[in-house]
Ligand binder design. Structure first.
Ligand SMILES: Nc1ncnc2c1ncn2[C@@H]1O[C@H](COP(=O)(O)OP(=O)(O)OP(=O)(O)O)[C@@H](O)[C@H]1O
Ligand SMILES: [Mg+2]
Length: 249
């Protein structure tokens, strides 16, 4: 009897562990799906801003249909994330400069010709411990926000540098824009899940994901924004300790 109880409790434990693993996996897939939807939405909104494209009668309904489909996909992502807030995360040795190199074409491609993007990464930056792909998704989210804040164009600067010497070594990744900036109320709520001032996009998921990402790797994120001047977002990512080889949380 004792044995049966122990066995069934082991099975229950095993099942709940399996369920948790599946839940984590599902959240990860949905999160990545949300980022891909953002990339497709950005490309589509660039295309629809082209007057010659919109002047072609046969294309208009197709583009409007595609845009509606992406908006619905975004709603499904949002609903799924609400049901399942937990995100998978892993810590690995990540080279911030390499992350930037890998996504620079995507970053520049997401912006139209009125937006200039400058990317600078310091030489010999130490590795940080965070999820490589999640860092790239975080940068993309910040770039999309910067681009959206500059409807008439402007400058986006992305800098990676070693933080000022403190007790904990950090790499600082800064995304600056010369856009519309945020009111103090918007800046206060910017990281809240589903807080948005935009009618398009998935709607208030981007910065919540950025915050979740920095929290999971033991870093922090700060915003400095002025209405009419622009916004600076700084990700402070902990430098990996020499003995660190990467681990799953
Ligand atoms: N660089 C920025 N300049 C001005 N406002 C910003 C900037 N970044 C964020 N915001 C403000 O913070 C809000 C929340 O940003 P967040 O990225 O979480 O959501 P979103 O961009 O509205 O939608 P999503 O990212 O899910 O498509 C934005 O709606 C916007 O009002
Ligand atoms: Mg956003």
């Amino acid at each position: 009897m004792q044995h049966t109880e122990t066995t069934s409790s082991h099975i229950a434990e095993y099942n709940s562990g399996q369920e948790e693993q599946w839940q984590l996996k599902e959240s990860g897939i949905v999160h990545d799906l949300g980022n891909l939807i953002q990339v497709a939405s950005s490309a589509l909104s660039l295309v629809t801003r082209d007057a010659s494209v919109m002047a072609t009668p046969a294309l208009q309904p197709l583009l409007i249909g595609a845009s509606t489909a992406l908006q619905r996909a975004g709603v499904l992502v949002r609903e799924t994330l609400t049901r399942n807030r937990c995100e998978p995360c892993k810590l690995e040795l990540t080279d911030v400069a390499e992350c930037l190199r890998e996504i620079s074409a995507l970053v520049k491609g997401a912006c139209d010709s009125t937006v200039v993007v400058e990317i600078h990464a310091g030489n010999n930056l130490p590795a940080v411990s965070c999820d490589h792909q999640a860092l790239q998704n975080a940068i993309l989210n910040l770039v999309f926000n910067a681009r959206d804040a500059m409807p008439d164009g402007g400058l986006i600067t992305i800098d990676a540098a070693l933080g000022a010497p403190t007790s904990d070594a950090q790499v600082e990744l800064t995304v600056r824009d010369t856009g519309v900036g945020m009111s103090s109320e918007t800046a206060r709520r910017a990281f809240d899940l589903f807080f948005t001032t935009k009618g398009n996009g998935i709607g208030g998921v981007g910065l919540a994901m950025v915050k979740h990402f920095v929290d999971t790797c033991g870093g922090r994120v700060d915003i400095d924004s002025r209405l009419g001047t622009g916004t600076i977002v700084i990700l402070r990512l902990p430098v990996a300790r020499p003995e660190f080889n990467g681990t799953r949380l």
